[in-house]
Design a binder for this molecule. Structure first.
Ligand code: BGC
Length: 371
């Protein structure tokens, strides 16, 4: 967890041209494991069973991913076993689901980890059985048994959120200081730290200069965390902040929210207190948040098109099935504490009211909302 939890991705890493791990020859040095050991070079049957273990449905992207995987894998000729962790016993559920996939003989297991650090036993079982393990959207930490990571560039997501927050506040009030509050995601999700570090990469220099003032002084990720990515936890923290720090006519200029579900909960809290809605960031392009952005409430979201991420993951599985090395474009950034996991990163896109129509032009569900 050395680099990724402290620094995250080098800026622009996702813009690098796709390199093959095999071609650049760096996976063995940096990842500590060759593709052949990863099971890639062997290939497997064209109709093999592929397991997909997703976390609980804490945001719309996970709901979309399940159907897309079921259909995409079937269209590619595979048998698909797509499972979600339950709403409460998430870790135990996911552990049992992965073990069951191994028992059923899955040749590749795609995992959106419910808790990054709690899957080492299960991914070791998968590797021992000869399956390829792909971390999807969220990195799996503290194990050598994860072969590939595929995600949107999470550090970039955080940077875009920080930049949007500043841009939105400047548009309302040209000069600072601006008063803000910071929220982060669930501590068991490796992405939470990466998003937060990306945002702080942009915001911290201004906090240090006094141009941004965190009213509550809560700037540590432990203080800003939202357990389980649950809306009610963000809403109650915002309620407490309003009661402790924003009494009387004190107002906020902005709130860094790591995703849309939490952004809407934060806005609900602020509206409930009768305060003006500040600039609030988000992520995921959830339907209700796109509506809120178009209505001038939530300021921004991020488009991480789940259709593209799932399609690229299915491509990766198909390539592995054929016995070739899948493409990766980052072999440096995602240190999971034991190895640097070769990653294929996609580029996230910031969306505000001004850019929504263009950003969602090819999305039949979101495009009509922007008209
Ligand atoms: C995903 C986000 C999502 C969050 C909560 C993260 O790991 O990258 O897109 O909002 O989980 O589900």
């Amino acid at each position: 967890m050395r680099k990724i939890l402290t620094r995250g991705l080098a800026a622009g890493a996702a813009a690098l041209l796709a390199l093959s791990v095999g071609a650049c020859g760096s996976s063995e040095r940096e990842g500590g494991e060759s593709g052949e050991q990863a099971g890639a070079a062997k290939g497997f049957a064209a109709d093999a069973l592929i397991g997909v273990a997703l976390p609980s449905k804490t945001s719309e992207n996970w709901v979309l991913a399940g159907d897309l995987f079921t259909n995409g894998l079937k269209e590619a000729g595979f048998q698909a076993d797509v499972q979600y962790a339950g709403a409460s016993t998430t870790v135990a559920d996911q552990q049992a689901q992965i073990t069951a996939m191994v028992t059923k003989g899955a040749k590749a297991i795609v995992i959106g980890a419910t808790d990054a650090a709690q899957l080492s036993t299960q991914v070791a079982q998968a590797k021992q059985s000869g399956a390829v393990v792909i971390a999807y959207d969220r990195l799996i930490t503290n194990t050598k048994d994860v072969d590939y990571y595929i995600a949107f560039d999470n550090f970039k997501v955080g940077q875009l959120q920080g930049e949007a927050l500043l841009e939105g506040m400047k548009a309302k009030k040209a000069t600072g200081p601006w008063t803000i509050e910071l929220f982060s995601g669930s501590p068991d999700d490796n992405n939470s730290g990466v998003f937060f570090n990306g945002a702080m990469d942009v915001l911290k220099p201004l906090i240090d200069k006094g141009e941004l003032v965190v009213g509550s002084k809560q700037t540590d990720i432990k203080q800003t965390a939202t357990q389980g990515w649950k809306a009610e936890n963000a809403q109650s923290r915002m309620d407490s902040l309003l009661n402790s720090t924003y009494t009387g006519d004190k107002t906020l200029d902005g709130v860094l929210s790591p995703n849309d579900t939490l952004a809407r909960a934060i806005i609900t809290s602020i509206k409930g207190a009768g305060k003006p809605i500040p600039v609030v960031t988000g992520q995921d392009s959830e339907v209700e948040s796109v509506k809120s952005i178009m209505a001038g409430e939530q300021y921004s979201t991020i488009n991480k098109d789940t259709r593209k991420l799932v399609a690229e993951t299915v491509n990766m599985v198909k390539t592995l099935q054929g016995g070739s090395e899948p493409q990766v474009n980052d072999t440096k950034s995602y240190d999971n504490g034991v190895k640097v996991v070769p990653a294929y990163l996609l580029e996230p896109v910031i969306v505000t009211k001004a850019s929504a129509a263009q950003a969602y032009a090819d999305d039949p569900k979101l495009s009509p909302l922007t008209k």
